[in-house]
Design a protein around this ligand. Sequence first.
Ligand code: 4AD
Length: 440
Amino acid sequence: GRSWTKIGDLDDSAAGRSVLIRGATQAIRPVSKKMAFVVLRQSMSTVQCVLVASADACVSTQMVRFATALSKESIVDVEGVVSLPKEPLKATTQQAGEKLVRVGQDTRLNYRAIDLRTPANQAIFRIQCQVENKFREFLLSKDFVGIHTPKLISGSSEGGAAVFKLLYNGQPACLAQSPQLYKQMAICGGYERVFEVGPVFRAENSNTHRHLCEFVGLDAEMEIKEHYFEVCDVIDGLFVSIFKHLTENCKKELETINRQYPFEPLKYLEKTLKLTYEEGIQMLKTYIDNLSNRQEAGTEIEPMGDLNTEAEKKLGRLVKEKYGTDFFILYRYPLAVRPFYTMPCYDNPAYTNSFDVFIRGEEIISGAQRIHTPELLTKRATECGIDVSTISAYIDSFSYGAPPHGGFGVGLERVVMLFCALNNIRKTSMFPRDPQRLVP
Ligand code: 4AD
């Protein structure tokens, strides 16, 4: 076959060379019967092609007419000689396609195959791929083993109503809300450290900017030797390495996203900040107390309740002001707001050995130490209103001896959304599933 050049690889060194390229027609401008400009785009890059009909060259006037009649976004192959523009083309040329398609998000998603061609979307899913790949690479380097757990399961794994029900050969079943129970059973099965990248299903009935009905879960579970902060340390190393990798090796992608959706680069510390839930509550209370008008706070704080979205965002801003980071861990949550499998604190069982991790004041991870004795698990499940007969195989797994362990779950779409400060999770899911959307 002939040798093809990527539009993104065309640089000064290509000047004078004949190249073969393929791209989508982003803009077509006829100049005369004999001449036309065609801007071709491939992934995040564009190039301007100049067609000039002449008796001796291979371009005829018919060819110029044919080219100017092409519809936008046609895929065309072009062979031509590269010449450098006298003045570098302004970014405005590159953005022309993006500017022309100012349409609502729903319309974009209805025509996702064409919407994906915008440079920003080309960049977003390249970034997503890099995050997923770094997650694997980092955990493999720390002796984690990649596993796959079933998505067709018999009962809810996170409790609550957000579960898709179905019939499995006539028996009631559901789609896995997380690999939670199975990744723990892998630990019971002698795997000291495991991870999984896979789909997670949540029958969310609220339409928000950050909830999907199907998302990609990055999960990990590990033995704990002495303290559950060992799990936080893995998260610290993992995310600092992901952030560094994106910043250093995905410059073009980040610039491309920034051009369409301007954002401040993420600030993070070399050693991730950890605050207790109580410290977080205290920061919020002090902030509210200092307001002249308490209504301004726009949020209520319940000491032993979960933080709502607004409170989390506010806390994110307060933490940034005080500690200079967009990325932090909040730990030691009250028992009442965590799932049944979470280990209560040894010193005060009203709290738990658990944590959430935030980027720009929004949750990307939740994690914890887990209960590893069948007696306490049964007690906690019962207290949480779970019918233990539906999870007896899981509980029994702990009766042959199980090590202390803990882990965490990350939402991949949320990481990309928040790293790039995008305003909606549908932008970071290639074919999003939300309460209203099953197509395309
Ligand atoms: O907080 P969640 O529900 O925790 C679990 O599933 C636990 N089993 C994790 C663990 O190991 N303890 O979900 C984990 C992460 C959230 O922090 C969030 O990033 C993401 O998954 N997530 C969602 N992302 C998109 N749409 C939704 N509906 C999400 N629900 C959770």
